[in-house]
Design a protein around this ligand. Structure first.
Ligand code: PA5
Length: 464
């Protein structure tokens, strides 16, 4: 295993009265055990289909690798059209495992340029079209439901342009990743003859990075997707105990459960100390927020569970949010992700001998500096009594990223069960989607439109 989970700074031994005691951990061992048993009993079934992705995709992985090679040979750009769980994973893995200035590299040093369009801001669509030639571009339309307004509007805009610019071959510029049995995209794919990959039924959007949603873009980028899946399998196999001290994601879930339910920690900050993991925080925010933020529990009681996820970046945010983390309210858990060995390091050169307060840096490396600052932040947070925990990766590579993705998915699934909520639905998101449909006069949403029209009007006095 390349990932280590250090939760010392959650415990009362270091945090004193703000910390969690072993007695408190003992008190939740039972529900943690139940959450583990529930997960094991249901793995691979219902919405837990994602748990088997590291093991059941040998054939599809082979097909994806062939398609990726064809894309690299025939196109200059690869554009993902998708949103939420159909975009954040591909972005996080790209950011983690490709050059940090990938698209700007000389073409001889990279493969196809890569873009993920996860918004419907018209200026952004224009900006994309200013920098790509659609004739040289493969578009990967990713939507599990095949109905998401944002993605389907992008699809319509792009196919219209492709038809005009590429003529009869336009459909060769689209790969559809969607549900095999539901939604409009699969129907369109069949009609137009798009190459298609399927998102398995039991794999929800935010748990889909390890299926073709994430594997195809990663393979196109030359990322070792077999290594990614191997890392995920390693984490899954390591989490094979109902004892919280032997199962890191289960311990992580138990600690967050206590933090939320007993200690009033309503905020979960994800703070990687590596630019390559910056977008992993975005991916985590969706996973944690959309999975755990629920109005009702599984018994139908009003519960309003969840912890607000916040993304931060070390060391950048040491000069911004860390003031609040260190001295603000005791309402948060800060998860730091550290990297032991950076893929490249840089010596801080001599040149300031006469200035002692600069010269102390000379002869050290940037890797040493970022890791020292990480440890210093952990110390400052702990000294001020703010709960923090550290996930250390030996280095950032396909396997360690697979481990990290699986760690957070397992933690989320365990924690959702401990909170007694439905981890895998998103009724709050659906409500917003339905209101949009009603405002656009979509057929079948007349009642919703009437409901919207009956809602209290805005008071002009409050708009200045
Ligand atoms: O996690 C989820 O289910 C959501 O965030 C979806 O991924 C998001 O709404 C996009 O849905 P779809 O893939 O159906 O377009």
């Amino acid at each position: 295993m390349q990932l280590k989970f250090d939760f010392n700074n959650m415990m009362d031994g270091t945090l004193k009265e703000q910390g969690i005691s072993e007695k408190e951990l003992d008190a939740v061992k039972g529900i943690a055990k139940d959450a583990y048993a529930y997960f094991e009993k249901n793995r691979g079934t219902g919405w837990m289909g994602w748990s088997e992705l590291p093991y059941n995709q040998a054939e599809i992985v082979g097909d994806i690798i062939c398609t990726a090679a064809e894309v690299r040979a025939n196109f200059k750009n690869f554009v993902v059209l998708g949103i939420g769980g159909s975009a954040l994973g591909p972005m996080a893995v790209f950011n983690a495992l490709c050059h940090l200035r990938y698209n700007e590299l000389d073409p001889s040093k990279r493969g196809v340029r890569f873009y993920v369009e996860d918004n419907v801001d018209p200026e952004r669509m224009y900006a994309l079209l200013d920098v790509i030639d659609v004739k040289e571009t493969m578009f990967n339309v990713i939507t599990k439901s095949g109905a998401t307004s944002e993605t389907m509007s992008q699809y319509l805009i792009i196919t219209d342009i492709l038809k005009k610019k590429c003529g009869k071959d336009w459909a060769k510029h689209i790969i559809a990743t969607t549900s095999e049995s539901k939604g409009n995209l699969i129907k369109l794919a069949k009609k137009e003859g798009f190459k298609t990959y399927f998102i398995p039924d039991g794999v929800g959007g935010r748990f889909s990075e390890l299926c073709p949603v994430g594997l195809l873009p990663a393979a196109v980028l030359g990322i070792d997707i077999v290594g990614l899946l191997r890392g995920a399998a390693n984490m899954d196999k390591a989490a094979n105990s109902s004892d919280i001290y032997k199962n890191a994601p289960l311990m992580a879930a138990a600690l967050q459960y206590i933090a939320m339910e007993k200690k009033g920690k309503n905020i979960s900050i994800m703070m990687p100390y590596a630019d390559s993991l910056k977008l992993m925080a975005d991916w985590y925010c969706q996973l944690w927020g959309e999975s755990l933020g629920k109005a009702k529990d599984l018994d139908g009681n009003i519960a309003h569970k969840g912890q607000t996820p916040v993304k931060a970046l070390g060391v950048t945010d040491q000069h911004s949010q860390v003031q609040l983390y260190t001295e603000g309210p005791y309402d948060k858990v800060i998860t730091i992700i550290g990297v032991e060995n950076f893929r490249k390091d840089m010596l801080i050169a001599d040149g300031a001998e006469e200035f002692a307060d600069v010269n102390f840096l000379c002869g050290h490396t940037m890797g040493e500096l970022i890791n020292t600052e990480r440890r210093a932040t952990e110390y400052a947070l702990t000294r001020s009594g703010h709960m923090n925990r550290t996930i250390m990766l030996d280095s950032v590579n396909a396997e360690s990223i697979g481990e990290l993705l699986m760690f957070f998915m397992l933690e989320t699934a365990y924690c959702g069960k401990m909170l007694n909520i439905d981890t895998f639905n998103q009724p709050g998101v659906e409500e917003g989607k339905n209101a949009t449909y009603a405002m656009f006069d979509r057929k079948g949403y007349e009642a919703k439109k009437a409901e919207l029209e009956a809602a209290p009007q805005k008071n002009e006095r409050y708009i200045i």
